[in-house]
Ligand binder design. Structure first.
Ligand code: SAM
Length: 210
């Protein structure tokens, strides 16, 4: 094991992933109200666990101000992977509520520009339900973090999970009691889709397509 690397054991699957030291440091620095350091470390490990061939992309549904998108792009770049991070969000068209915040496009642009990631982090300014036909079926990592209502999460999984390639990973944010739509839709999806294994479940959930 690399000195300073962190070993993660996923539950209930028992799968073990490693977070490289630089990714762990970046996760600690990028920790925010959207994703904390533990979740970002696990997201980094998930991103690096997928065997990128150069053809696949990352798709993030719901980006808010782009911090997680930048985090994933930088984590992959550091390990030599140049996958594009496509973030789907209607930004200010969303009527934000306490539990479903409105995306901030200017902040997204600033986050991407300040890190020089304009060619790696690409916004698709649309509701996820409308954007699906424009998204290719080459998703290596899918992050579902848009509207957290049950019907929306169900629809996001139905529309985008089929676009995930074999071995690809689905990362469900906010898998908590505060968001019953996320837990219910995720549990239902795993129960009814044999091709997806639940690798991890805590306050987020990780699925992998066989
Ligand atoms: C919790 S925030 C995303 C946080 C982001 N993933 C991060 O880690 O920083 C939820 C986002 O979903 C967006 N959103 C709401 N409804 C959506 C929809 N139907 N399709 C895509 N994005 C949506 C909101 O505009 C908001 O930016």
């Amino acid at each position: 094991m690399v000195i300073g690397a962190q070993e993660l054991t996923l539950r209930p699957s028992g799968v073990r992933w490693t977070v490289p030291p630089h990714a762990a440091e970046r996760a600690d620095a990028a920790s925010s109200g959207m994703m904390d350091r533990g979740e970002l470390r696990c997201l980094a490990a998930a991103a690096l666990a997928f065997p990128w061939s150069g053809a696949e992309i990352v798709v993030e549904i719901g980006t808010y101000a782009g911090e997680t998108a930048c985090f994933v792009a930088e984590t992959l770049a550091e390990e030599g992977h140049d996958a594009v991070v496509l973030s789907i969000d209607p930004f200010e068209r969303v009527s934000g509520t306490r539990w479903n915040p409105q995306g901030k496009y200017r902040r997204y642009q600033r986050a991407v520009r300040s890190r020089g990631l304009e060619q790696r982090c690409l916004p698709l300014i649309a509701y996820s339900q409308d954007a699906a036909p424009a998204v290719p079926s080459r998703i290596g990592l899918l992050i579902v973090d848009g509207n957290h209502e049950l019907e929306s999460v169900r629809r996001d999984l139905e529309l985008y999970a089929p676009k995930v390639v074999p071995g690809g990973i689905v990362f469900m944010d906010d898998y908590t009691e505060t968001y019953p739509g996320v837990t219910t839709a995720t549990n239902e999806f795993v129960r009814t889709h044999d091709a997806f294994e639940l690798l991890h479940q805590s306050y987020f959930a990780i699925l992998q397509k066989s």
